[in-house]
Write a protein that binds this ligand. Structure first.
Ligand code: SAM
Ligand code: DTB
Ligand code: SF4
Length: 337
């Protein structure tokens, strides 16, 4: 590949796996240059969007995702809880807004929502939206009808990850298929809700799986508006946490992680690329490289759903050192991240 020619200035959904693999193979400086060039053509390179996560229904999930602390088949000691009350969720959203977050993401440990849960879910979306926050939910698989109900409530984004390459998928999850995931993404897209879909790296997958994972996202009929790239948080008692926690594979090589972010940015130039789980154990330098590679969204606060996150004061300090400012807020408010 001739790196002196711009790689992608237009949005393409016809990437080949060979092209994706060739991007991964670029010398690191060339890859970073291309990712920065694409990033600057579409975004303010110093602005990072802040979202806050809340687990509105924790644990006891019937799915067997090998990475997840909330699966009933994992032995993590996590207590299964009921769906939170609407008022309690709205109080958390208010606190997130006061802390400077622009988007509030609500996650439930469900295979899919039950019809009896929908009225409360709809109230949560309406209430969070009324505060002027963007809304995001991740509730498992959605039918076309459930997607329509959420769209009517005003849901801005729905998160549903493909997680890994189609060929590695069954090594990670057996209770639902890759095709099931795609069907939910189609239902969400069909209802007019923005799609948030990404996956996890550092699960012991191969480079070829990382190629296949990003290729699958970048060849959807429309790119997801938001692409979370999670680094596996190894949780004791989960299949993958136990398999990887004590091996050198447990933590993905930081340079390979940055490469994954850069390739995602080049393939999907107009999407928000979200540096998601795994920041807590990542060095500041690696996070800085991720922002340079085109990541422009993070989760704030000291907890993700069930695992620790970097925390607001650490993030504020990193943003100040990097001259990065929150996307929705003006630069003088950096200190309140
Ligand atoms: N139950 C819903 C579902 O699976 O669609 C929503 C919640 S689920 C926790 C959302 C995503 O978080 C998963 O698809 C996975 O990509 C990510 N995730 C979960 N546990 C993780 C872990 N230990 N490390 C990194 N990412 C994780
Ligand atoms: C996503 O891709 N990452 C977030 C969000 N979507 C819902 C979740 C990360 C969860 C990390 C493990 C935990 O805290 O339980
Ligand atoms: Fe359940 Fe979601 Fe965890 Fe899978 S990732 S076990 S579906 S909560």
């Amino acid at each position: 590949m001739n790196v002196h020619k711009p790689i992608a200035r237009e949005v393409r959904t016809d990437w080949t796996r060979d092209e994706v693999a060739a991007l991964f193979d670029l010398p690191f400086a060339d890859l970073m240059f291309e990712a920065q060039t694409v990033h600057r053509a579409h975004f303010d390179p110093n602005a990072v969007q802040l979202s806050t996560l809340l687990s509105i229904k924790t644990g006891g999930c019937p799915e067997d995702c090998g990475y997840c602390s909330q699966s009933a088949s994992a032995e993590t000691g996590l207590k299964a809880e009921k769906l939170m009350d609407v008022d309690a969720v709205l109080a958390e959203a208010r606190a997130a807004k006061d802390a400077g977050s622009g988007r509030f993401c609500m996650g439930a440990a469900w295979r899919s929502p039950k019809d009896r849960d929908m009225p409360a879910i709809v109230e949560m979306v309406k209430g969070v939206r009324a505060m002027g926050l963007e809304t995001c939910m991740t509730l498992g698989m959605l039918s076309a009808d459930q997607s329509r109900q959420l769209a009517e409530a005003g849901l801005d984004y729905y998160n549903h990850n493909i997680d890994t390459s189609p060929e590695n998928y069954a090594n990670v999850i057996t209770t639902r298929t890759f095709e099931d995931r795609i069907e939910t993404l189609e239902n969400v897209r069909g209802a007019g809700i923005n799609v948030c879909s990404g996956g996890i790296v550092g699960m012991g997958e191969t480079r070829s799986d990382r190629v296949g994972f990003l290729h699958a996202l970048a060849t959807l009929p429309h790119h997801p508006e938001s692409v979370p790239i999670n680094a596996l948080v190894p949780v004791k008692g989960t299949v993958l946490g136990d398999m990887l926690a004590d091996t050198p594979l447990a933590k993905i090589d930081e340079i390979e992680f940055v490469r994954t972010v850069a390739v995602a940015r080049i393939l999907m130039p107009e999407s928000m690329v979200r540096l998601s789980a795994g920041r807590e154990s990542m060095s500041d330098s690696a996070q800085a490289l991720c922002f340079m590679a085109g990541a422009n969204s993070i989760f704030t606060g000291d907890r993700l759903l069930t695992t620790p996150n970097a925390g607001d004061s650490k993030d504020a300090a990193l943003f100040a050192r990097l001259g990065v400012h929150p996307m929705e807020l003006a630069a003088p408010e950096i200190a309140t991240v």
